[in-house]
Write a protein that binds this ligand. Structure first.
Ligand code: F6P
Length: 323
């Protein structure tokens, strides 16, 4: 292997830049040429590809977003799109790829590998932490800390006004962001897609709290749950509790930005190195991850099809700690 390409795809995540930096520098350290592919699979299709040097990744370790830009490509989902992408890689002489992204990215990488066989190793880059094959994904720790910071501020005003705040966090269809936000943010209730929390339970918990002289409440709602969005949950609860003074905050894309935490920079650097070393030792069609402090490589197909189960004890913790 002589020339590798690196790209970021799907939703951006803090720490992606630290990972790009580690990949570029490890490749150069190992005597490889390294090419940046802009805007994920779209850039691969268009041939938006440039040679990267060590200085191309100077002063980016602390920056949020991704210097390679990102996109969710519909064209790459077609056979024709993937053929164009392959031709571009051939033209540039790229014989190995590093993909930084989440389940959509690895779904594409898996199909591409089956069709064209270009060795690809992935780094898990998503705030959702929903990939099997790693304890944590790059960007998750930062997103949780960003959310917690916002929740702390909401708590101040909730307390001043005796209000119930319904706060929606991201996660697509996973509760990984919601759980530490609820435990660390001292929430009374957490609702995640993986478990059923009924509106009746929310109503009862609030009533019980008021009886115990609690005056303000934080309810954390992960997007993607059956009960609906924070706005919908709040409206349903309000019907049963017309006197409740409620507000809804959707944290949204603020969770995707910002400077990565130390934990994310460390993880991104470790996994960036592991991706290049993986390619050099013949790994293909796998994602590098850290499980119990050990580096592991998991086939893409497993990272996207196997469930990463949330420990139900975390839900109990929210209940116990808000008594
Ligand atoms: O996968 C990361 C994520 O931020 C999810 O938590 C969220 O559901 C989705 O991306 C939002 O996507 P977009 O930025 O395309 O609106």
């Amino acid at each position: 292997m002589k020339k590798i390409g690196v790209f970021t795809s799907g939703g951006d995540a803090p720490g992606m830049n630290a990972c790009i930096r580690a990949i570029v520098r490890t490749a150069i350290y190992r005597g490889l040429e390294v090419y940046g592919i802009r805007r994920g699979y779209n850039g691969m299709i268009k041939g938006d590809i440039y040679k990267m040097e060590s200085h191309s990744v100077s002063n980016i370790i602390q920056k949020g977003g991704t210097i390679l830009r990102s996109a969710r490509s519909t064209e790459f989902m077609t056979k024709e799109g993937r053929r164009k992408a392959y031709e571009q890689l051939q033209q540039h002489g790229i014989d190995g790829l590093v993909a930084i992204g989440g389940d959509g990215t690895f779904t594409g990488a898996n199909i591409f590998f089956e069709e064209y066989g270009i060795p690809t190793v992935g780094a898990p880059g998503t705030i959702d932490n929903d990939l099997f094959g790693t304890d944590y994904t790059i960007g998750y720790d930062t997103a949780v800390n960003t959310s917690l910071d916002a929740i702390d501020k909401i708590r101040d005003t909730a307390d001043s006004h005796d209000r119930v705040f319904f706060i929606e966090v991201m996660g697509r269809d996973s509760g990984y962001i919601a759980i530490p936000c609820a435990i660390g943010g001292g929430a009374e209730i957490v609702m995640i897609p993986e478990t059923d929390t009924s509106i009746e339970y929310v109503v009862e918990t609030l009533r019980t709290g008021w009886r115990r002289s609690k005056t303000s409440f934080i309810v954390i709602i992960a997007e993607g749950g059956e009960a609906g969005s924070a706005t919908e949950v709040a409206a349903k609860v309000q019907q049963a509790l017309p006197h409740m003074d409620a507000r809804v905050t959707i944290l949204g894309h603020v969770q995707r930005g910002g400077s990565p935490t130390a934990a994310d920079r460390m993880l991104a650097s470790q996994l960036g190195i592991a991706c290049v070393e993986g390619l050099l030792t013949g790994r293909k069609n796998v994602m590098a991850g850290i499980i119990n402090a050990e580096l592991v490589y998991t086939p893409f197909i497993e990272t996207i099809t196997k469930d990463k189960v949330i420990n139900p004890q975390f839900i109990d913790m929210v209940n116990i700690l808000s008594v």
